[in-house]
Structure formats: structure tokens, C-alpha cells
Design a protein around this ligand. Sequence first.
Ligand code: AMP
Length: 543
Amino acid sequence: MRGLMMDRPLMISQIIEFAAMNFPDQEIVSRTAEGELHRYTYPEAAKRSRQLAKALQALGVQPEDRIGTIAWNTYRHLEIYYASSGMGAICHTMNPRLPADQLIYIVNHAKDRFIFVDTTFLPLLEKLHQHFPDVEGFVVMTDEAHMPETTLPRVHCYETLLKAQDDDYRWPEFDEHTASSMCYTSGTTGNPKGVVYSHRSTVLHAMMVLSISGVPINEDSSILPVVPMFHVNAWGVPYFGLIAGAKLVFPGPKLDGPSLAELIEGEGVTDAWGVPTVWLGLLGHMRQTGSKFTTLKRTLIGGSAAPRAMIAEFREKHGVEAIQGWGMTEMSPLGTVSIPRPSMRGNWDKELEIRGKQGRLVFGVEMKIVDSNGQPLPHDGRSQGELLVRGNAVVSGYYDNPEANAKAFDSEGWFRTGDVSTIDPDGFMEIVDRVKDVIKSGGEWISSIDLENEAVAHPELAECAVIGVSHKKWAERPLLIAVREQGSNVTREDVLKFLEGRIAKWWLPDDVVFVDELPHGATGKLQKAKLRDQFKDYSLPTE
Ligand code: AMP
């Protein structure tokens, strides 16, 4: 017998209309690209999103068209999220820090029809736009008074487009499996891979986050997503925050310690979400000025391992609960959070050990660890294996990328995370290594293989390996380990100079170490795990 319940589609547009109706005076505060604070209410956000949907229609945007964004976390970016997805188009957020060749690739691979851009990133687009033959126009996310001079062709002003429309618009209803947004993630090598979220997966993920006991988000919350809106939809904050009726506080371009501290205190922020690097800056500022948080209750730290010292400092100096979360772009992103069970609380040292793990499952995600033959390993806290996941907000295939898809799933359809972990009998997962050859610096990926390929092009280097070495500020930074050609006296400085200009500046290795030979396995494969072990305590000169 089938259940006799209605089958209503889960639509992103429902979120903003629900929020506007239920929380009519709740605020959304943003630091804008121009610097000042902007504030308005949920109903105003909903009204302007409807106006923007009409403006998109007036530009000729059709369902399934890709709307690119290169933008900070602000209210206008939020409006683009809702307007583009809500009308049936696809919001494609892009990371402005990507190397130029990767940005060019993803704009063309996604087939973006329009790109919305904050004034800060105009120079970037002025340099690259001739590589985007299919982009019909660019919308600068500002008003007429702040519209800069630009050499960018086919340019529109955001507020001018909005002004031309009223908000008499009804969101269409369509299949909940329709694509709503996309986000590219950098892989081990080659071009980034596109993850395409659906209305259903986005709404389900938002509800999953709100079901985590221990992370209460509600009308009394004031939530600051420091995690960028171009990185997995700011971990879902723009969706679940509105369902919960929380005040949203967007930091715009100012992510330094003093600016974040000012925003947290000024806007009564209770919950702040971001990567360890930003919290390091914030805690450093608090230390230097001797200040204390008066409103902040929780931070959710993810994207890279949260250092135990950071979790301890939040709690011991500020009474703030720091919760580690783990997830991936491919998982919408949340998979686990580390909140000790009630029976584990009381002894802070023990609690800290648990909080240092990546945590227990969020409802709606399943995980397993497997050995090299794909056989499941026990949850004994000791057995280490590759971590695989599945769930309704987990990727089922990368966009138009059969090569990546052939490797990404096991025979039962579970997604390979590329992380190596243990799972203890209480269900807490801990990441111990990575099988994917990438380095995560300040929350963003660097491909070690791409770096090695560039470095080995140096005529005096015979072989190169790049590994991630732990770094206090950036979590990890690249270390280049190289074998010189016979008779060569090439120096660290020569190699770094050679790499300059060939790779994005922030990819430049923090140090170069010369060795006589690199470790290889029986098949000749470079043994990165051995190198990582050998250099695990390496102290980088940039620390
Ligand atoms: P991204 O898709 O850019 O969000 O990156 C996802 C990857 O970041 C994961 O597969 C992990 O390798 C890493 N990661 C995310 N959160 C954590 C965490 N809490 N601890 C350690 N690594 C993490």
C-alpha cells in the first residue's frame, strides 16, 4: 500500500516566501563591497528577489540557463541565489581566487549566460572576458552612484535592472530534481569538476542541518557565514538560516580579525561559520586587544581540520563552543559534526579529544570505511580506510565529466571522498590522511600534481614531489621536494623564481627541499605517504 500523502515539490523559492511570511521583521545585514553596512528585512529580500527574477526574464534568461556569480557574501548575492534558482535557472557561484585558466575553463564548461560580479572583481573580468565567447552580458552588483568605469563590454548595473521591475511575480513550480545551483571543486589534477545541486537536495540539506541536536539555529540566532557563498553555497547558511528565521550577517569583503570582531559585537552574532584560517585571525585580534566576545555562543569550524588549540581557546578564553564539522562540495556540504554525547562531557581534556575528531553523522548521510579491496572495515577507532558516503544531498555524478565519474563511485554507488579515516564505536569519524593528491590552504585547494608538473619543467630538476605540510595560519602549505639533475647547483630561490608567474601566487611552495632521491613503490609510483610521514614535522620558514 502506498502512503496517502501529498507529493509537493521541494522548491528553493518556498524558503524565501516562507521566511518573509513567518519572520517579517527579521534582518539581513551585509557589509557591502563599498564598505558600509546595509540592512533590510526578510520581506524586502523576498521582494527584491522577485524583482530580480523579472529582471532576469527581461534579459532573456530561460530555465536551465547558468547565471555565474563572482561575488562576496552580501544581500545582493543572496538575491541572485533565490532569483536565479527560483525562476528555474541555475546559480553558478565561482571562486575568484582560482587560477585564471581554471576560471576560464569553468565559465565555458558551465556555459554561463550572464555573470554577476562585485566591483572588486571587475579588473579580473576585464582581463578574462575575451575568453568567454558565450557570455551574453555582465551585471555589476552595485547602484548607479557606485558604477565604476570599466572596459568590460555588455555591462549592466544591478540596481538599474531591478529598478525597472515591480515584484508582481509568482515563482514557478517544477520538478524538485531540477538543477538549482552549481559549484566547481578542484581535483587532484586537471580541470575543476562541477557539482550540480537540485532544489530537492538543497532543501533537504537545509533541513538536515537544522536537525542537528547541539547546533540550535532559530529566531534568536544571529548567524555570520564567513565561509564564502562561492564555496558550497556558504555551507547552506543562506537556506537553513532563512528556514530557521535567524538574523543573517554577511561580512562582504572584510574577513580580517578586527572587521569580523566589530561585526560580531555590533550585530549580536551568536553563531559564526568558517574555516580555521579566519578564526585564527579573529582569535589573534581578540588576544592582542584583550577583548572578549559578549554575544558569540558557537563557531562551526570546517573545511580543514580544526586545531585542538583553537577549540580550546574559544572555550577557555571566551566560553564559545567550537564545533568541528566535516563535509565536501560534493555533499552540499555537511557530513559530520563533532559534538560529544552527554555522557562524554564533564572532563574537558577528554571532551577536547572528541571535539578534535571530525564527528558523528548528520541525519541523511551514511558513511563507511573500506580497505584497499573495497571491503568494509570495523568501527573500532583504529582501522583506517578510505571513507565513502551516500545520501540525498551527495553528488551522483559530476557535470559532463565521464572521466571523473568513472573513478568517483564504488560498485554500490557510494561516493569516494578521497579522505582516509577511522570510525570509533561511538560513531565518531576522524580523518587521518588523504588519498587525493591535493593541499588545502586557507580553505582552498592547491593541486600538488599541477605544481609538480610546473616545477619539473625546470631544466635542472630531475624529479619533484609536492606535499602539504601543516601550517599554523593556512592549515597546510605546499612543500616542494626535488631531486637536482646531476651536476646542478640550482637553488631554492632559482626554483621559486622559475615558478613565479607560471602558477597562481598563492600556490607558490613555502619551501624547497633538495634530496638525492624520492621514494618509489614496486611499480615505480611515487610514494607520497612516505614523504608525508618523513616531513610531517617539517617547519616551514613561513610559519
Ligand atoms: P571542499 O569540497 O573544498 O569543501 O573540501 C572537502 C575536503 O576538505 C574534504 O574531503 C576533506 O579533505 C577536507 N575537510 C573538510 N572539512 C574537514 C575537517 N573538519 N577536517 C579535515 N579535513 C576537512
